[in-house]
Ligand binder design. Structure first.
Ligand SMILES: [Ca+2]
Ligand SMILES: [Ca+2]
Length: 141
């Protein structure tokens, strides 16, 4: 079973408009949550990670201050993605130029692999001349 993150969502940073910090209105206690807030695709804390993503990366699905994200930097024709790799999870990056058609990002570091430990990882590849969108697929072993 696999899950692909929503395009655009994972690239948000805490300073971006729309990012909601812990304690923002709308955050609620799990005891008060309606049943559907426990669904894999639900996002009761509004942090841009749905419940399945929060499960896979070990963050709290009821705390917007705990969310998985990645960062993109470009330099000299290269793109670098920096992300927290979680132990025993497969992270693979998909790339798109139109947010419609996605393919695996064809760089050596994007080969399927699992790590026994969690750490901040990076993947680097060539920057495209056209718009280049990224999303992560996170899998269980
Ligand atoms: Ca969430
Ligand atoms: Ca969360």
């Amino acid at each position: 079973m696999s899950f692909a993150t929503d395009p655009g969502v994972r690239g948000r940073r805490s300073g971006d408009p729309g990012f909601r910090a812990a304690g923002a209105s709308g955050e609620h206690d799990a005891r008060d949550a309606p049943l559907n807030s426990a669904q894999p695709t639900a996002n009761p804390d509004g942090d841009f990670n749905d419940n399945r993503t929060e499960f896979l990366v070990g963050t709290n699905p009821n705390s917007a201050s705990e969310a998985w994200t990645y960062f993109v930097t470009t330099s000299g024709g290269s793109v670098t993605l920096t992300f927290p790799r979680v132990a025993n999870r497969r992270f693979q990056v998909q790339v798109s130029t139109d947010l419609q058609t996605w393919s695996l990002w064809d760089v050596p570091a994007n080969a399927p692999s699992y790590s026994a430990t969690s750490f901040m990882d990076t993947m680097m590849g060539p920057a495209a001349g056209a718009p280049q969108f990224f999303r992560f697929e996170i899998d269980l072993p």
